[in-house]
Design a protein around this ligand. Structure first.
Ligand SMILES: Nc1ncnc2c1ncn2[C@@H]1O[C@H](COP(=O)(O)OP(=O)(O)O)[C@@H](O)[C@H]1O
Ligand SMILES: [Mg+2]
Length: 556
């Protein structure tokens, strides 16, 4: 008796109990293919160190089927592999662990680099799976947006291809794995822009845009993105032995240096935008240093400084005309000892109107280009009640509060996806790396401009494929002028049009996300009509007493 497909159909023979006649029909061939996929899926799971199906989906053999092929009722409807991975607990990596593992990798590369590789290999698919589920939960309008769909497809591709990589057992395996990781980092560099572009397009929909509450979604997506990139880049940098660094973490990063650099960049951008800039004055514990990822700190300072400079210029010009004297922006470094370090940025830019304070942490919120009438709407007191029908009919809401109140009411509707925490995140917040407190902050920067289709419109740590999460100062190349992808530093002082002084509305929320990621925070205090004080607090890793960082890159 001939067996269609020969040895390749062995699973069919096994599953069908020897009723091989099925395999000679078209249906049989299809089944055969399906089983082949299934067995490949299993093989991948084993390679990628995934938990067995039973453990991954406790208590059931599958909605979607433990085989990952369908929901049992509608074969092919839903691939439950994503669910299986999303349910697995995350193995988080703190800053302390990053440093500890990095040092261990220097001491015993054979063991520890491979351990790190397997950790990354295990963790990335779980995190991607959670984000895929988050994307699946979005409203129809959002998931069908081409940008968001592209993000989903990109994540899905990565999820599949990472799982297909055999378990890293040797340095040769690791080299291949690293090449694949780099490819993923490159490919995902544009995802942030696409997410932001998708957000803009959806929010612009006249009737339903205001119903979208995507801050929590962005928060989770971007925190997870930071975590994946930090993890991947830390692993890629482990063998680099860069002096003063443990992977991408600068062991002893001088804060004054970061402040000076960000101030220089913000000044330059402010002058290019407005023709003038306030001075930046640094004081306090100017010798302070900490272990941190430089690109993260650079980004946060740069965004805060740009905001301060813009507020000072706009406010004083409005009050005293184009030749107004600009009061300086004060930057005080406050060394809080072993636990914390705070950078206090104080400007006399008139402050943020109280009614706007709660909006400034929203992704995409910016007062740039906002007409007075629009500003007044944002500032007006909240009203009650609203519906899509009311919007469609153009009728004011039942309380007669008018358009602004109506918008406010819409904005206060429960966030989609935030009504009940999804189970994969209830297991543990996907902070991934770090001590992040999972606060409600941030979003991504990188948003892109009006066009919706912009690529790489702003600098975000982690977007530069090779230096990005960028412990290294090379990441400043990205800060300076848009790292074209090579991680190199573009000609000094060259500020391309790819960065903006303001207008994307991602600077504050994304900076706060970065700060919180490693257990810090950003807090804003406004002195109405006078200015703004921003406190950027960074958490120092808790390290064993007496631990010494090798400036030389060699561990004693
Ligand atoms: N130091 C500041 N002084 C006054 N307003 C500020 C300050 N920082 C932020 N803001 C307000 O918060 C908004 C959001 O800031 P941000 O997220 O950085 O986005 P963007 O700078 O692109 O507008 C700004 O548009 C501005 O209205
Ligand atoms: Mg800004």
């Amino acid at each position: 008796m001939a067996v269609a497909g020969g040895a390749a159909c062995a699973p069919l023979l096994w599953r069908c109990g020897g009723r091989v006649s099925v395999a000679s029909s078209a249906l049989g061939a299809a089944l055969c293919g399906a089983f082949r996929n299934m067995s490949e899926g299993r093989r991948r799971d084993v390679h990628a160190g995934a938990v067995p199906a039973a453990a991954a989906a406790p208590g059931r053999s599958g909605s979607g089927g433990a085989d990952g092929l369908g929901d049992g009722l509608h074969p092919g409807f839903y691939d439950s592999t994503v669910e299986k991975y999303a349910q697995q607990a995350l193995d988080k990596l703190s800053m302390e662990q990053m440093i500890e593992w990095g040092q261990a990798a220097w001491r015993d590369p054979d063991k520890n680099i491979l351990r790190s590789a397997r950790h990354v290999q295990r963790e990335l698919p779980k995190r991607l799976a959670r984000r895929l589920l988050d994307l699946q939960l979005l409203p129809h309008l959002v998931v069908t947006n081409p940008h968001i769909k592209a993000v989903y497809d990109g994540y899905r591709r990565s999820f599949d291809s990472l799982r297909a990589i055999p378990l890293v057992r040797s340095h040769k395996d690791n080299s291949k794995f690293c090449a694949e990781l780099r490819r993923h980092l490159d490919e995902h560099a544009v995802m942030l822009d696409r997410l932001a572009a998708g957000l803009r397009e959806c929010r612009r929909r006249q009737l339903v845009g205001a119903f979208l509450h995507l801050d929590d979604f962005f928060d989770t997506m971007l925190r997870s993105r930071i975590s994946r990139r930090v993890m991947a880049e830390q692993h890629l940098s482990l063998s680099a032995h860069r002096p003063g660094y443990v992977g991408i973490v600068a062991a002893d990063l001088p804060v004054a240096e970061a402040v000076g650099l960000a101030a220089q960049m913000a000044t330059q951008m402010c002058v290019e935008t407005f023709g003038v800039s306030p001075e930046f004055e640094m004081c306090g514990d100017v010798r302070a240093s900490l272990s941190y990822i430089p690109a993260h700190l650079d980004y946060m300072l740069f965004e805060l400084f740009k905001n301060a400079a813009r507020a000072v210029v706009e406010t004083h010009r409005a009050r005293s005309g184009p030749r107004a004297r600009l009061p300086p922006v004060s930057v005080r470094v406050c060394d809080g000892g072993p636990g914390h370090l705070t950078v206090h940025v104080s400007d006399q830019g008139g402050g943020v109107p109280p009614g706007l304070l709660r909006h400034v942490w929203s992704y995409g919120f910016s007062t740039v280009g906002m007409a007075d009438s629009e500003l007044a709407q944002w500032l007006r007191a909240p009203g009650e009640g609203a519906s899509v029908a009311a919007r469609a009919s153009g009728q004011p809401p039942a309380d007669g509060a008018g358009g602004a109140a109506h918008e406010e009411a819409l904005l206060r509707l429960p966030a989609i996806g935030a009504v009940s925490a999804p189970p994969w995140d209830a297991l543990d917040r996907d902070n991934g790396v770090g001590l992040g407190n999972g606060g409600s902050g941030g979003a991504a920067d990188g948003g892109g401009g009006e066009g919706g289709e912009e690529a790489a419109s702003s600098y975000v740590p982690g977007d530069s494929p090779h230096s990005s999460a960028g412990g290294t100062r090379d990441a400043l190349g990205a800060l300076q002028g848009g790292d074209g992808g090579g991680g190199g530093v573009p000609p000094s002082g060259q500020l391309s049009g790819s960065f903006r002084m303001a207008g994307l509305g991602f600077g504050l929320p994304l900076s706060r996300l970065y700060a919180r990621y490693f257990g810090g925070d950003i807090v804003l205090h406004v002195v109405p009509g006078y200015g703004t004080d921003v406190y950027l607090t960074l958490t120092r890793p808790r390290l064993e007493p007496g631990e010494v960082y090798p400036r030389s890159g060699n561990v004693a």
